[in-house]
Ligand binder design. Structure first.
Ligand SMILES: *Cc1c(COP(=O)(O)O)cnc(C)c1O
Length: 399
């Protein structure tokens, strides 16, 4: 299997005059020298032509090819946001209605889409515990078309056993779609049977918290369906990726491998220091105390570590908020949702990114009100930052 960093590196595009980076193709539309060719593009007879940028754009294509190489897929499609990636891919698979089996520990926005909107569009959703593959099997119905899960869940960092889940999906010809936003490079879901992998590129792939974007990776066939001029959900709902954004992400992908390693090292350092201090309630998949640690190890690309995200149980929501406030004052990090930024971000999921999940559901999946989620950045002195965190913890929560 090709090393992932090498796969990213090997996708090269040059500027028109030999520049080491491609030019941004700003054009909204492309000229045809032969009018018959345009007809053929619309009828599907002629492929590979640039027509109109909601359909295909050379810069978006360049970015998409690099992500596809990283995820080991034939093709990919950059779109306007992570939610656009989810909405378009799910709508394409579920056209005409049917049933989805979905992990119950997913991003709040995805949960809201699946719980509040899809059921009104003739799409039924059953939520199951991702750590119990047999629950996916039990939930299968005649009209089940899709299994949806997050590789590393938000914010509980549950790792789904994709090998087992994909066996179940394949045995019934059900498509398997995976949100890999929390674990680019750490996991390659395609290797374990995923048919479609999406990312919110707003997070690690951007790394700079300065844009919103998403990507869908799959077969040439499925990506082709998404941009079909008559029936493609990406083409017809229209949440396109702008070529300027595609260019930014194209160049940032080159250093994603280095950034992922650095995030993993910085997070691991803090986790180890907290452990040395006897602070418990720390969740991180690389710890042997993590409930899914063995599953994590069985699928990880180990050179990329375990990512930036750690959660610390501060016992009460009041404590969690006090911690975040103090740590922001101490310049440990920024109190903001999102993740994968070069600086540390802190949030209290129960009151923010997971608030869409009803309280009883949050309790059922173990999402405590006192949870503080940290996305550990890659800049600064790890030792100084750990000292700040430990001092704040002792001050607010005690020893
Ligand atoms: C942020 C996020 C999304 C949504 O992505 P946007 O780019 O904000 O639309 C989806 N899934 C996960 C796991 C996320 O963290």
């Amino acid at each position: 299997m090709k090393n992932k960093a090498q796969a990213i590196r090997d996708v090269q595009y040059f500027g028109e005059e030999g520049g080491v980076v491609p030019a941004i193709d700003h054009a909204a539309t492309s000229t045809f020298l032969n009018p018959q060719d345009m007809e053929k593009v619309f009828s599907g007879e002629l492929q590979g032509c640039y027509l109109y940028s909601r359909h295909t754009n050379p810069t978006v294509n360049a970015f998409s090819k690099k992500v596809a190489a990283m995820e080991g897929f034939e093709a990919a499609l950059g779109v306007a946001s992570g939610m656009a990636a989810i909405t378009c891919a799910v709508s394409q698979v579920m056209m005409g209605g049917g049933h989805i089996i979905c992990s119950n520990t997913i991003y709040g926005g995805t949960y809201a889409l699946f719980a509040n909107i899809l059921p009104k569009q003739n799409i039924e959703v059953t939520f199951v515990d991702p750590s119990k593959p047999e629950e996916f099997k039990k939930a299968i119905k005649k009209n089940t078309k899709l299994i949806y899960t997050e590789m590393m869940s938000n914010p509980l960092l549950a790792i789904c056993d994709l090998k087992e889940i994909s066996k179940i999906a394949k045995s019934k010809n059900i498509k398997l779609m995976v949100d890999n936003t929390f674990s680019p490079l750490i996991f390659t879901p395609k290797d374990f049977g995923a048919d479609i992998v999406i990312h919110s590129c707003t997070k690690y792939i951007s790394g700079a918290s300065d844009l919103i974007a998403g990507v869908i990776c799959s077969s040439e066939e499925f990506i082709g369906e998404l941009i079909d001029v008559n029936t493609g959900c990406a083409m017809l709902y229209g949440p396109v990726m702008d070529s300027r954004v595609a260019y930014e992400l194209f160049s940032r992908l080159d250093h994603l491998p280095v950034r992922m390693k650095a995030h993993g090292q910085a997070a691991r350092y803090l986790v180890d220091r907290l452990n040395d201090e006897g602070i418990d309630g720390v969740t991180y998949p690389a710890l042997s105390s993590h409930p899914d640690h063995e599953v994590f190890k069985s699928m990880q690309n180990s050179e990329y570590g375990a990512g930036a995200i750690i959660t610390v149980d501060c016992k009460t929501s009041v404590n969690a908020i006090k911690m975040a406030k103090k740590l922001q004052e101490e310049k440990f990090g920024l109190f903001a949702v999102s993740l994968g930024f070069s600086r540390t971000l802190m949030s209290c999921p129960a009151a923010s990114t997971s608030s869409e999940i009803p309280e009883d559901q949050r309790t059922a999946i173990g999402l405590k009100d006192g949870l503080l989620r940290l996305s550990i950045g890659i800049i600064g002195d790890n030792e100084v930052l750990a000292d700040k965190f430990i001092a704040a913890y002792k001050d607010i929560i005690g020893t």
